[in-house]
Design a protein around this ligand. Structure first.
Ligand code: FES
Length: 135
């Protein structure tokens, strides 16, 4: 498991959601790296992720694309403990990635978020696997 720096707590204030495209390590030992905002195209060798800080200050990491169609989830809406897809309104549980409302039927991946000294990290497998859940 590798920690990927995605930003600072100031960049993702309470109630905000941000999406990142992470380039996976191309060579053995090369760490994953944020290369820009989450993208619907999600080029090979990269993974899209979503990072949420709720209004209560809780942090969550999820897959970056909806499992119904490749919509960028960080363009959606966070309410309570749910993330709503901006395209057709599927809702995902922030903690488990599970589907709370369709049309999506598959959960999104979940990732562990670690905040240390005001820096926000995502725990990710160098191969793109999630800290928990599925990709
Ligand atoms: S693309 Fe997300 S619900 Fe359809």
């Amino acid at each position: 498991m590798t920690r990927v720096r995605v930003g600072t707590t100031n960049q993702i204030p309470p109630g905000q959601v941000m999406g990142f495209q992470i380039r996976l390590g191309r060579a053995a030992g090369e760490p994953p790296l944020v290369i820009g905002p989450a993208s619907e195209e999600s080029p090979p060798g990269t993974v899209a992720v979503t990072v949420v800080q709720t209004k209560d200050g809780d942090w969550y990491g999820l897959g970056g694309l909806c499992t119904h169609r490749p919509a960028v989830l960080s363009e959606g809406f966070v309410e309570d403990c749910q993330l709503e897809c901006p395209r057709h309104g599927a809702r995902f549980d922030l903690a488990t990635g599970g589907v709370l409302a369709g049309p999506a039927t598959e959960a999104v991946a979940t990732y562990q978020v670690v905040v240390a000294d005001d820096v926000v990290y995502l725990e990710i497998e160098p191969s793109g696997g999630a800290g928990s859940g599925q990709v």
